[in-house]
Ligand binder design. Structure first.
Ligand code: ZN
Length: 471
């Protein structure tokens, strides 16, 4: 079984937008579960069916509408139907591959429709269970009940022969397709499982508590504990900075015990937003939080804006106190990036904000993939149409304005974890990387190295297996 794994290392689920609040106004219901379902849902289902009979492809291509057959190019008939919108590859062996369905249900329905088309052409096999039902079994809407009953009868027969390749998104379809074509040669079934782990970021003591509570709701969710540079005044406003620090420490320890807290953060320096917190206080409590990393042996999830010099100075003084880290949402210059990469345990986190301008893309081009992670930083940092990176985006989702909230669509202007694939696509595109699967394995491996050491072995195996495929 192949598993395609990705990790979104920065998701701000504690943000009001995921509770439906925009600038203090309630626009829709709280919808983290919906957002996560979208990230985890299996889209673009690829399925194969074995009709268990030899097929005359020329005849099919001649008689069936919406079909093409060019044996010099491809040894299958390519057929399309509109409802559900899918494409089938029909092989002479009687095997069929159906792609493009958005759900298992749709894929099953499409399989039945293609089978019926072929059967109507009088090409169904003369033996075997498949041929034992009548061509007129699906006469249309007027006897709908009969149709449903017929479906129920046929369905076990079809499911027996199903090879389901469940994939996550457009860019995965090709991988799935390759596996399916391979599987046609053997009776072995392939299942590509798509998983996306999400790291929910905490930006204050209260937010970190909330992030941990959210992370506890699903095995694929994890979180950080720490105080964001713009929130560092909370140490002093609490009246007792040391007590505040101890509360963070005990929360982190508690979260580690639960297997949920994977990093200290987000912390760092943000000199673009000094109005929230003066530089001096930011520096003081940035440095202080290395003690959290040291005490818990956790890596660091870092934020740096227009502060590379001070940031790296503090990093240098504390480099032996933390195991590794990522400087997320990187938007600074190539020189600043190099400064960070001079720390051997530091990775660069790339999201939509890192892909806005052609200058940004040049910087990303210069980051070795072995030192990179990807993230959405949702609900912020989406890739907008006006951004330079947009040219490389392949998977898009239908969206609606927050005022016209629809749980089936993403909210316009609000980023969410399912869009982490767009970041992957832009990184691949701007770096000229064709093997996007291998890129995602490398990024996954990097993330495991820092945040998920328990998964490191399997990540390394997948990486090696992928590089063999590529050869
Ligand atoms: Zn940040």
């Amino acid at each position: 079984m192949a598993t395609v794994r990705m990790i979104d290392v920065a998701v701000n689920f504690t943000d009001g937008m995921f509770k439906g609040m925009y600038h203090g106004k309630q626009c829709h219901v709280s919808d983290i579960a919906t957002v996560l379902n979208r990230a985890w849902s299996r889209r673009n289902i690829v399925s194969t069916v074995n009709l268990d009979c030899r097929l005359d492809l020329k005849l099919i291509a001649l008689q069936a509408r919406n079909s093409e057959y060019n044996p010099k190019r491809f040894s299958a008939v390519i057929m399309r139907i509109r409802e559900p919108k899918t494409t089938a590859l029909i092989f002479a062996s009687g095997k069929m591959v159906i792609t493009g369905a958005k759900s298992e249900q749709q894929s099953k329905m499409a399989a039945r429709k293609y089978a019926r088309i072929i059967q109507k052409l009088g090409l169904a096999c003369s033996h075997g269970a498949f041929s034992s039902y009548e061509p007129e079994l699906f006469p249309g809407a007027k006897v709908r009940d009969e149709t449903y009953t017929a479906f129920e009868n046929i369905y076990p027969v079809l499911t027996e022969r199903w090879i389901q390749v469940l994939v996550g998104d457009a860019w995965l379809r090709e991988l799935a397709f390759r596996l399916v074509v391979m599987s046609l040669e053997s009776p072995i079934m392939f299942l590509v499982r798509f998983t996306l782990n999400v790291v929910v970021t905490g930006g204050s003591l209260e937010e970190s508590k909330e992030a941990l509570a959210i992370a506890e709701t699903d095995g694929r969710l994890f979180c950080t504990v720490g105080v964001h540079p713009t929130r560092c005044k909370e140490f002093e406003e609490s009246g007792d900075p040391e007590k505040h620090f101890q509360a963070l420490l005990s929360l982190a320890k508690q979260g580690i015990e639960k297997g949920k807290v994977v990093a200290i953060g987000e912390c760092g320096l943000d000199y673009d937003r000094l109005h929230f917190c003066p530089a001096e206080i930011q520096r003081k409590y940035f440095e202080k939080q290395f003690e959290l990393a040291y005490a818990t042996k956790l890596p660091m999830f870092l934020h740096m804006r227009a502060a590379a010099e001070d940031f790296c100075e503090i990093l240098e003084r504390n480099k032996d106190r933390f195991s590794g880290g990522v400087t997320h949402s990187f938007t600074d210059s190539a020189e600043d990036c190099d400064k960070l990469l001079s720390f051997s345990n530091m990775y660069i986190g790339v999201n939509g904000c890192s892909l806005k301008t052609t200058e940004n893309l040049d910087v990303v081009r210069g980051i070795p993939v072995e030192r990179m992670m990807i993230e959405t930083d949702s609900p912020y940092c989406e890739i907008k149409n006006t951004h330079a990176g947009m040219t490389y985006v392949k998977s898009t989702r239908p969206s609606k304005k927050k005022e016209k909230y629809d749980p089936e669509c993403i909210v316009k202007g609000r980023n969410e974890p399912c869009l982490v694939r767009q970041v992957l696509e832009v990184v691949a595109g701007c770096k000229g990387i064709n093997n996007i699967d291998q890129l995602s394995r490398t990024l996954y491996y990097n993330t495991c190295r820092v945040f998920f050491p328990h998964d490191l072995d399997s990540a390394a195996d997948a990486l090696l297996a992928g590089s063999h495929d590529a050869q």
